[in-house]
Design a protein around this ligand. Structure first.
Ligand SMILES: Nc1ncnc2c1ncn2[C@@H]1O[C@H](COP(=O)(O)OP(=O)(O)OP(=O)(O)O)[C@@H](O)[C@H]1O
Ligand SMILES: [Mg+2]
Length: 565
């Protein structure tokens, strides 16, 4: 199945290669198919469902379209059918097999006999005319336990190959019994493009412009903004959101954009894997990590049109690897803020759904949503934890789903064309597959170590300032000195703990109190020193240091001084 997916994606890129590929699998190339209209010349922009057309012309018998948008898929199928001179039928569990466009209310067109999927298949077999059959409700039947249906589908796959008939399954998630994997070709249905939302907006404006209670006179001025904010939604979601925006402000104007964006947040949240993250942090919230800061700062203008005209490629992403609590996640939030791009957090922990296949679809949908709202910062926090499933024993227990999910993800990292900047963070390199670390996935791998003395001083400064303390009253150098081996998170905790003590005793916060809190804490670097040394060793030569000043523990410093003496 995954091989096919990869091939289909390639089909989209080059129609010359496409014909070669089709020949290789024993199918007829587009131009030699009797039912085919003029083939699309290479390099010409293609309609969104041209892949479907290609597959239909090449007589792929069973096509599985993954989409929530039944109606839009049906419309696209109808367009393809029209071009190829074929009829279209729709099958649903309530209406049976009926000609496309039969309204749900139209009882006389209902074909109750064919509501049974097996009978529907028999009916299709008996028809001779070229046709496309859209199956809306077949996916719930496609289970290993439904032996008769699985068998019938396999038979259909082999008989339809020699006909001009194609079955198209539409389902929001991809899930099929493994018996069918080789017979079914999966196709992702793209979310609506800008053009489609422009048309939708145009239609809505036409419908409401005569209504004196609704003002749409501002639309020409804000059309682009509104359309852009709708990207990433399905067409029906877009329609609902626009209706809500219309009602909220008695028309459409600049204010509608905020309504659309907040609705979009809700919808994206429903996906479960993506979350809009409102980040307040900027670079002044991060102490130290100056090399990484510089690198990011230099790329602030990278997503502008001028940068593209200059010939600069959009940055792909960074992997921040390092010690716990040293600001990796903080940096991901800060970068979205300084680049003024939205931050989408991708929850890798939730990737694995209970159904094999549905997790793959979830990842694909998350990727598509991210691309549709690009330019965007795509934050994959703790990627190592997710990769744990793609290796070793668990890979064999879940039927290879995790490996496939990450295959999809890795391919996307390499090939993505849209300006989606990936910030991935990880603690444990041993869990990361070597493929992830290979050149080309990320622009750079940064190693984030424990903060050196000067950096600790800065982190104290950041957190005391954030809590509105007067810095002049503190000896930051002293605090930095005693907190050797502390992470940024531990420094913050020490400050908070000292504040609690001071508040309880109705006293002011002082350096001494902070030092007391520090000495009462055993930092992670003490309990996990072995692991950190390993990580540091690994990073040397393989990753770029995020800080100019290298962290050397006071203990190591003393040792090296002794050796020198
Ligand atoms: N360099 C830093 N400057 C300022 N604050 C920091 C720094 N590093 C850590 N902190 C503080 O510690 C908190 C936790 O840090 P963060 O979540 O970024 O760590 P992390 O590197 O992602 O750790 P983990 O590997 O455990 O996910 C931050 O929200 C911030 O308040
Ligand atoms: Mg983190």
């Amino acid at each position: 199945m995954s091989n096919r997916l990869i091939r289909i994606r390639k089909l989209n890129e080059d129609s010359m290669a496409e014909n070669e590929t089709l020949k290789a699998v024993g199918a007829k190339p587009a131009s030699s198919n009797a039912a085919a209209p003029n083939p699309t010349p290479a390099g010409v922009a293609r309609a969104p469902m041209t892949e479907l057309e290609t597959l239909v012309r090449a007589r792929y018998p069973l096509i599985y379209v993954v989409s929530w948008e039944e109606q839009r898929v049906a419309e696209e199928v109808a367009k393809v059918a029209e071009r190829l001179g074929k009829r279209v039928f729709e099958w649903s569990a309530t209406n049976g097999l009926v000609p496309y466009g039969t309204s749900a209310q139209s009882q006389k067109h209902k074909d109750t006999a064919t509501t049974d999927p097996l009978i529907a298949m028999d009916t299709i077999s008996s028809y001779v005319e070229p046709a496309l059959y859209i199956f809306k409700d077949l996916h719930p039947f496609l289970k290993d336990s439904n032996i008769a249906i699985v068998r019938r589908m396999r038979e259909m796959a082999s008989t339809l190959k020699n006909t001009y008939k194609t079955i198209i399954l539409v389902s929001p998630t991809f899930s099929i019994p493994c018996d069918l994997e080789k017979d079914v070709t999966v196709l992702d249905f793209e979310l609506p493009a800008e053009k489609e939302f422009t048309a939708l907006l145009g239609r809505i404006v036409e419908e409401v412009k005569a209504n004196p209670k609704l003002d749409v006179s501002q639309v020409p001025k804000v059309r682009e903004q509104i359309v852009h904010s709708l990207m990433g939604l399905t067409l029906s979601e877009g329609e609902n959101v626009l209706a809500k925006a219309l009602v909220r402000h008695h028309g459409l104007s600049e204010k509608s954009v905020a309504v659309i964006l907040s609705e979009k947040e809700q919808i994206i949240r429903k996906n479960g894997l993506l979350e809009y993250y409102a980040a307040n942090e900027d670079m002044s919230s991060v102490g130290g990590l100056d090399e990484l800061k510089n690198w990011l700062q230099k790329r602030t203008v990278a997503f502008t049109d001028q940068a593209r005209q200059f010939g600069l490629p959009a940055p792909k992403g960074v992997l921040l690897l390092g010690v716990q609590g040293c600001g990796k996640s903080l940096m991901a939030k800060a970068v979205s803020n300084i680049w003024k791009l939205p931050l989408l957090r991708f929850d890798v922990g939730k990737v694995f759904g209970s159904l094999v296949g549905s997790s793959e679809e979830n990842v694909r949908r998350a990727i598509r949503v991210a691309e549709s709202v690009s330019p965007v910062v795509f934050w994959v926090d703790e990627i190592d934890k997710a990769f744990r499933g793609s290796q070793g024993s668990s890979a064999s227990t879940d039927g290879g789903t995790s490996a496939r999910v990450f295959g999809t993800f890795l391919t996307w990292l390499n090939e993505k064309k849209r300006p989606v900047f990936v910030v991935a963070t990880a603690n444990d390199v041993t869990l990361l597959p070597p493929e992830l670390l290979r050149k080309g996935r990320f622009d750079e791998i940064f190693f984030v170590d424990l903060p050196a003395a000067e950096e600790r001083k800065e982190i104290f400064r950041v957190h005391l300032t954030k809590r509105k303390f007067n810095l002049e009253k503190f000896d930051l150098a002293k605090a930095a000195e005693v907190s050797d081996g502390f992470s940024g998170a531990e420094i913050e905790e020490a400050i908070v703990s000292a504040m609690f003590d001071a508040f309880y005793e109705k006293q002011n916060l002082t350096t001494e109190r902070i030092i007391t809190a520090v000495t009462q804490t055993v930092p992670l670097s003490k309990t996990m020193s072995e692991k950190m040394i390993e990580l540091r060793k690994w990073a040397t030569g393989r990753a770029r240091s995020a800080s100019r000043e290298k962290y050397v523990s006071a203990h190591d410093q003393q040792n090296s001084q002794k050796e020198n003496v």
